[in-house]
Write a protein that binds this ligand. Sequence first.
Ligand code: NAD
Length: 296
Amino acid sequence: MQNITVVGAGTMGNGIAHVFAQHGFTVTLVDTQPAQLEKALQTISRNLDRQVAKGSLTEEQQKTALASLRQETDLAKGVRDADLVVEAATENTVLKTTLFRQIDEWAPPACILASNTSSISITKIAATTKRPGSVIGMHFMNPVPVMKLVEIINGYATRKEVTETITALSRRLGKTPCVVKDYPGFIANRILMPMINEAISSLYEGVAGVEEIDTVMKLGMAHPMGPLQLADFIGLDTCHAILRVLHEGFGNPKYAPCPLLTNMVTAGYLGVKTGEGFYRYIPGNKDLFVSDRFRQ
Ligand code: NAD
């Protein structure tokens, strides 16, 4: 396996491309938005610089990684030589099933098709292709170059050899794979998202402010980041989409997204990627500023 195509160059796509390039793979990054591709390559370059400065990567390795990356806006061209496609486009079922139908048509027959989806059924995505046995979930965590886990999700039809290949590949990337079954939210988000939703509900009900909620969870539970900051980091639209999948998938009202989250997503306050969510983000400044909307 040598040629990897990553579809979607947003928060996750750039990190996934980075990690594959750093480990000697040839990487094609595909996005419909040229600006996203530009931004992704700048982010990768900046993050590789940081690794060199820290001494975890040599300048030679950095050069090789950068040279192995190419960008593409045409999906058919982007996947035609791929051994593995990792889809990391927006968390939307119709968008992903459409994408997989197209990728299935254009990628070589032996190519494995993986999705980085946080919650959408791998079985459903696989069923739209003519190779459901070669479709699998490869769920990286954010930020991809730093986080060690890859949650591997077997769809109903995923072949054993495909799971073994992706498990071995995850280890080659320096990650720890964890294989789970295909039920809504898998394991990571089935447990994480209700906590984030509950934090937003606590804010919505006025039980505590943004800083108090995050401080309780950081200092009280030893979480490295509070749930509201984490929600901003993941993207509030992504959190909302995952909660809707859990809500529909289990038919249980406990998963319904908090109305405050729905409002923020509708208004376009999506967290780090739009510059404001529960906090305000100033480029180049790592300090946290609670959004004026939540100042008490
Ligand atoms: P994002 O909004 O940052 O990026 C999505 C990218 O997909 C955008 O660049 C967009 O232009 C591109 N895109 C949309 N339609 C496309 C198409 N048809 N072809 C090619 N590109 C297309 O989203 P993200 O946070 O990177 O999430 C991507 C996936 O990763 C989602 O499935 C999400 O659930 C999952 N995920 C996200 C996180 C996280 O912390 N953000 C963590 C794990 C998994």
